[in-house]
Design a binder for this molecule. Sequence first.
Ligand SMILES: C[S@@+](CC[C@H](N)C(=O)[O-])C[C@H]1O[C@@H](n2cnc3c(N)ncnc32)[C@H](O)[C@@H]1O
Ligand code: SF4
Length: 370
Amino acid sequence: MPFGVYVHVPFCTVRCDYCDFATWTDRAHLVQRYVDASVVDVRRRVASGELRPASSVFFGGGTPSLLTPEQLSSILREIPVEPGVEITVECNPDSVDDAKLGGYAAGGVNRLSFGVQSMRPHVLRALGRTHDRDNVALAVAAARRCGFRRLNLDLIYGTPGESLDDWRATLHDALALQPDHVSAYALTVEPGTPLGRMVADGKRPAPDDDDQADKYAIADDMLGRAGFSWYEISNWARPGEECRHNQLYWTGGEYVAIGCAGHGHTGARRWWNVRTPERYVERVLAGRPPEAGGENIDERVRAEEEISLGLRTRAGVALPEAAEPVAIPLSEAGLLEREEGRWRLTLRGRLLASEVTVRLMAGVGPAGTR
Ligand SMILES: C[S@@+](CC[C@H](N)C(=O)[O-])C[C@H]1O[C@@H](n2cnc3c(N)ncnc32)[C@H](O)[C@@H]1O
Ligand code: SF4
């Protein structure tokens, strides 16, 4: 059974206008204590048997690439891993160099995920990013020199001011760097972020749904022609290069979370840690568990999630016969297709995924999938 470890690194140098992830820009003084607490947390979970050998480890953020190789390796060293483990680190393109990436590789990291977002200067500016296009090429070149074969590039589409040609140029330039994985997300306006406030005050336009749908279709087409297939609504990979860690999230797999604001799923329980780095450090170093809450997942919730998460993936879902009166009209409308007894979203269906999911859930009722 695959098993994952997610390590949250809640530090950034600058907060991007659109981002509402759990991350802080004024806590550099806390980093070493946070790393020490993470080490203690891992050790305790290993000792209790909750953290078994991992098939994937994912350092996410925030900006994990703000950690020195020594800091990152000190956590990694404590995590028992299976042979062939996938170990990913999320990196901002302007916070890496050969020394840092070489140190990560020496510590066992074998996959990097760069937050590229766009390759067009005015779009990067509109997103409040600190890097430019050249940083991305330099970061990828450094990664290659350090022997990294598996690279993901995160992209964002639909930023107001981004034309269709800007988006095509971003995809083109990103593909020229030969990644084996691309994540493309529609820009989401999160309330409480600087972007959310500017949109609410009418100072910035909101992203346009039709524009984002067009850009999704362009991404699927250009990535498909470059040898990538979608395997989750926002994720494309070359064959065999799917991110094993993220697949745990979509398939109901088990994982533990180290660090503040992380979510874990073990047994029939889902749980989450305290949100701030201060509270995490305080709890762990005082010998107390960092969990802030948890819930048991009953059979009905599990079945619903199997549909809502499964539908986001290319593998799709098996539905009970009782759901066919709902699924068949959706497939006649070109939103779903059936292959070997499983239903999956078409390209048009992926653009309307939430709507299709709601309708299917209503059709399936409490019986769930089979
Ligand atoms: C939490 S970030 C961490 C990566 C890294 N800190 C970076 O930004 O370069 C992971 C990814 O989420 C995506 N993301 C974050 N906020 C988003 C938003 N409001 N809309 C769309 N995508 C978003 C970005 O593509 C980003 O690279
Ligand atoms: S998008 Fe990445 S770099 Fe920007 S604030 Fe969020 S976590 Fe930090």
